[in-house]
Design a protein around this ligand. Sequence first.
Ligand SMILES: Cc1cc2nc3c(=O)[nH]c(=O)nc-3n(C[C@H](O)[C@H](O)[C@H](O)COP(=O)(O)OP(=O)(O)OC[C@H]3O[C@@H](n4cnc5c(N)ncnc54)[C@H](O)[C@@H]3O)c2cc1C
Length: 353
Amino acid sequence: MKVKYLIVGQGIAGTLLSYQLHKRRQSFFIVDKGLQKACSRAGSGLINPITGRRFTISWMFEDLLRKARNTYSELGQFLGTKILYEHPVLNVFYDNEQAGKWSEKLNDPRFAELVGKPSKIFNDKELLVDAVNTAQVNTSLQLDISNMLINYRSWLLENQKLKIGDFSLDDVSYTTDGYYSWADIEFEKIIFCGGAADSRLQHFQHLPFKLSKGQAFIAELAQKVPDFIIKGKAFVVPLKANGLYWIGAHNNWFFDDELPDPEAKEILAARLSGTLNTDFQFLEPRAGIRPATKDRRPLLGRHPKLTHLYIFNGLGTKGASWAPYWSEVMAEYLQMDDFEIPEEVNISRFNAS
Ligand SMILES: Cc1cc2nc3c(=O)[nH]c(=O)nc-3n(C[C@H](O)[C@H](O)[C@H](O)COP(=O)(O)OP(=O)(O)OC[C@H]3O[C@@H](n4cnc5c(N)ncnc54)[C@H](O)[C@@H]3O)c2cc1C
């Protein structure tokens, strides 16, 4: 089979980029060694405008939100399944200082608009352990990542666009008609969308990945939680598909593998008990290595010398929010000779001067 692009990896990055190429009628083929270890399978798919203890508005959030809403709705229709939900986040405050900080922030019109008008008031002191007050974010979205990846994978397989396998550049050869070949695929360009694994690629060693292991649990709660994502001492994310909850996240900067750490269960159980007054049972651990970068910006572009090698990566903690917007930029760049990737995300920012 002859295609223009060989994409390595079918996490959020490879999925969204290949979908953009498909929309542009560009031929591609994906190789992926399996989603079990993909970081994308561990995430909760939250797209939330306000982050951190200082309630900072996420970078470029209005543009990213618009693109995420349109792209995931369209991709869901393409796949014949719902993958995106409007889902308010309930921030729980444990002292008056935090609650006061939030009120202060509401004086900023941009912040107030992003937070939106409360859809309903929920302040159940019985259920919310030690809560002083709560505040809602009403513009947040939740992507059902597993549903998206699995359905997209089925579409790829039905259309002979995916091979399950471990890709290595050592197995690539150059053909006489200007194409490269790997297995039985001939292609012009390779785009690496391998998440954390790409930090080990020999030709992209100059890119400053800063990996971290994120861990969560799928849990059953004895008491049904109102239809909010609760951001307390733990994140409690209701999963629409099965009535279970995603409880996260424990972060580890020092790790030897992508397996769940033994202590993560205890840490997350303590955080959940500190958030909700209900019995619960942890059913299944989730862990993934987040492909973050030192400057917390994505990695898009072409290798400075080997002009058939490209990368779309660095989605870090924000894959669900960033992938729709930046995959479109990457697809435009691949298609148009004079298109320039913004400096802030272009891997050329790390070229030796
Ligand atoms: C606990 C946790 C919670 C998170 N919560 C959120 C959240 O709420 N919102 C949000 O936006 N983000 C969240 N994230 C971050 C988000 O999951 C990541 O940004 C995203 O998954 C990165 O996607 P990716 O496609 O770059 O990498 P991955 O999902 O890791 O995909 C890479 C794929 O490439 C394949 N691969 C790699 N190398 C090769 C090779 N040589 N040959 C073949 N295949 C290969 C892998 O098998 C894998 O399938 C969370 C992450 C974690 C761990």
